[in-house]
Design a protein around this ligand. Sequence first.
Ligand code: ADP
Ligand code: MG
Length: 267
Amino acid sequence: MTALLEAVGVVKRFGGLTAVDGVDIEVAPGEMVGLIGPNGSGKTTLFDCLSGIQSIDGGSVSFDGVDITRRRPHQVARLGMARTFQLIRIYRDLTVLENMELSTQWAGVGLRDLFRRADAATRRKGEDLLEFLMLGPMRDEPAGTLSGGQRRLLEIGMALMSDPRLVLLDEATAGVNPSLVEDIKDRLRAVNSGKGVAFLLVEHNVQFVADLCERVVVLDAGSKLADGTPGQIMDDPAVIEAYFGAAGRARQTNAGDAGGNGTGAGP
Ligand code: ADP
Ligand code: MG
């Protein structure tokens, strides 16, 4: 099967630090893949490299058979790759529905488009997606009034407005209360099975990834440490030491703080 996303030997340096160090990663059409690793292991930077936000210092990235190594973020988005951010990017003073409408216009990138009223079809699509994400009752509220979990759902909705084939989700459960985590999981599964949208999920919540993904990639210090089923990953001694070992130690010294990476608070 041809990969939808195929990255080979991706390298990203910041001065003397190699944040991403020769990573290969593939996502097939309709696949859900988890990307885990300790804090600072390069997950977000890899997302930035894949989505065109960061230029890369080595390797190549292709999407749907097109070489996107040197493409800009909006060009990548137009090809069908959407992403969310570890620190949520929404317009707090605009309504929930207005945020949805603006997100498709971002794909067009004309500044004029941002101030134009959304057309009826865009509005309808935004309303339908908000219903699907259980945000229908909130659609006319300022987005700043949403809870952390609802903002994550809104960001997922905004990513889905452009009918992507692949969505990169960065810490979709950070700062989300456990009941809403289950709702997010359920909605992602529905988007995947209903529309065939592929996902690459960066997560601290390993159980969330294990529940949703057939395959998990583990990063450690910028390099790929493992790539396998959730069961294989969790039994891998190198992964246990690098990831679960560190997380376990953090939990012991940091009682009550599950992730311990301080990403819970959005902007
Ligand atoms: P993760 O998402 O896995 O927690 P990141 O990709 O955010 O990790 O960071 C990987 C490494 O790269 C860290 O050491 C981080 O400090 C560094 N880093 C990330 N972005 C930048 C940047 N813009 N400039 C310099 N260093 C950065
Ligand atoms: Mg990160």
